[in-house]
Write a new protein. Structure first.
Length: 278
């Protein structure tokens, strides 16, 4: 990926120079200079994209584009601003995040046009989803797997105790690095997380836990799924309230799966009708 042309409008560009090796500092002189570098595309959707920049250090460059109403961005908070805010919140909660290197946003006539957020690669880390798919979760035995679950439960509990709804708490949004002192989890890619009003909290908590259950299901032993719930609830024995919560999570996940299947069938029928009408 290579950015074509200059960034339009006014640019607010911030660099955390201690995170940048001296050899890479010329790359960060401006957002234009950085985005002109050749990069490897990692992900891309209609609102944002992530690219990998290899220099003295490896960086991940996430760009955000304005979509929809410009007035909404002018008077609301953008996905870029939420992601920046949530990285700071994770650090306040004692959770690991990839090191923030630089960020910037550009506007024209006071209206947001786009943004960029740069983090350093977490060396020797893999995303938890990849580890699960590869069958490496139990690489260090049951005790090693449970040490990971301890960290995952602690982090999820810390978010929820702070009233924070992640909204996309799935294994692929968590990095795992196995260190001599134990597993270290790093949280990233959270542009939708927020603190919902109290009357919405129960449903938001269920959604986070259902996302985790869906991502871990089929990869963990049932007894270890139970272990994760115990650690999340900070108990050795589950109470009646905890068991009710577990049933609610499973019911929520079942309803989500049913809704997805129904919508998929509707899309297939619509596609068939479109073909027949030609």
């Amino acid at each position: 990926m290579q950015h074509s042309g200059g960034i339009p409008g006014n640019v607010n560009w911030v660099v955390y120079w201690p995170q940048v090796p001296e050899a890479d500092q010329p790359l960060f002189e401006s957002a234009d200079r950085l985005l002109a570098e050749p990069m490897q595309k990692v992900t891309l959707d209609r609102r944002s994209g992530v690219s990998r920049l290899s220099a003295e250090t490896i960086y991940y460059v996430k760009t955000f584009q304005a979509r929809g109403s410009r007035l909404k961005h002018a008077f609301g908070i953008s996905r870029f601003q939420r992601e920046l805010r949530n990285l700071d919140l994770f650090n306040q909660l004692g959770l690991n995040t990839p090191a923030l290197v630089a960020h910037g946003q550009w506007s024209r006539l006071g209206l947001w046009q786009g943004s960029v957020l740069v983090t350093r690669e977490v060396a020797d880390a893999r995303d938890l989803g990849e580890i699960l798919e590869a069958g490496d979760f139990y690489r260090d035995g049951v005790s090693g797997a449970r040490a990971i679950l301890d960290e995952l439960a602690r982090a999820t509990r810390a978010m929820h105790m702070a009233g924070f709804h992640h909204r996309d708490l799935k294994p692929r949004n968590v990095l795992l690095r196995r260190e001599d002192s134990g597993p270290a989890l790093y949280f990233f890619d959270c542009p939708s997380g927020h603190r919902p009003p109290g009357f919405m909290w129960r449903r938001c908590m269920l959604r986070d836990l259902a996302h985790l259950e869906e991502g871990l299901h089929g990869h963990l032993r049932s007894v270890d799924m139970l272990y994760l719930l115990k650690r999340y609830r900070d108990r050795d024995i589950l109470s009646a309230e905890d068991k009710t919560l577990a049933r609610e999570v499973l019911r929520y996940q079942a309803n989500r799966s049913s809704t997805r299947r129904r919508r998929r069938r509707e899309r297939e029928k619509q596609a068939q009708r479109s073909v027949s009408a030609r």
